[in-house]
Design a binder for this molecule. Structure first.
Ligand SMILES: [Zn+2]
Length: 228
């Protein structure tokens, strides 16, 4: 792989600068969050850093990125075919990686889908978000718990950015205000983060409890959950 990409850069370099010998070159892959690829010349050595999204890319795509980076460095125009090929490849890779990550997260945490038999957690989140948070909370992964465990009503997991609600409550017997209260409570944990790593402790500050009192049917909801 690295010999192949090295050769691709060398060929591209010769196309752009036919009379210049190909300098010593170091090519590395990095996990850039923002998909940056960089190229620099440092004391006669060429340093190339590529997004790891390009690892395993077909030769034509690697030729395109080599062309783009070298043309930029030597202030030459970038051929549109290369720009297009690179952009298309990266877009498709970024999408499939995101899907893959989501599958991994759901797999590891055994998360389920937000749409239950009775209630849709995404819809409840959206509704509460606009009613109580000015639509300002970014929606985390919403999931029913895999089993109908009753030891926890729900929890917010900051590591996976997920709100998990016990499947017990996905039932027509459970009134709308009760499930809304449970989700609302977890959304307050999003709004009032607790800086405790690896702990499942449920910490409710004064500000948290004050916000919780804004929930219209708080007492009814608490009563229902107690009698459940
Ligand atoms: Zn809590």
């Amino acid at each position: 792989m690295s010999a192949k990409i090295h050769h691709i850069f060398e060929t591209t370099f010769h196309d752009l600068r036919p009379r210049t010998p190909f300098p010593e070159t170091k090519i590395e892959f990095f996990a850039f969050a923002n998909l940056n690829n960089t190229i620099r010349m440092r004391s006669g050595k060429l340093l190339v850093r590529l997004s790891d999204l390009l690892e395993g890319a077909p030769e034509s795509v690697l030729s395109s990125i080599a062309h783009i980076l070298l043309a930029k460095m030597y202030r030459r125009p970038i051929a549109s075919e290369h720009a297009t090929r690179y952009r298309r490849y990266i877009a498709s890779r970024a999408i499939s990686r995101k899907a893959h990550l989501l599958r991994q997260i759901r797999g590891r945490k055994r998360l389920d889908h937000p749409q239950g038999r009775t209630y849709d957690l995404d819809a409840i989140f959206r509704d509460l978000n606009s009613r109580f948070f000015h639509g300002m909370l970014a929606r985390p992964l919403m999931s029913w718990s895999p089993s109908a465990a009753r030891n926890s009503l729900g929890h917010y997991d900051p590591a996976h950015n997920a709100i998990v609600i016990s499947r017990v409550f996905d039932h027509p017997r459970v009134p709308q205000y009760a499930i809304e209260y449970i989700v609302y409570h977890e959304m307050l944990h999003l709004k009032h983060p607790v800086k405790l790593r690896g702990s499942r402790r449920c910490v409710h500050s004064t500000a948290f409890l004050e916000d919780e009192r804004q929930f219209p049917r708080l007492e009814d909801a608490k009563k229902f959950l107690k009698e459940l």
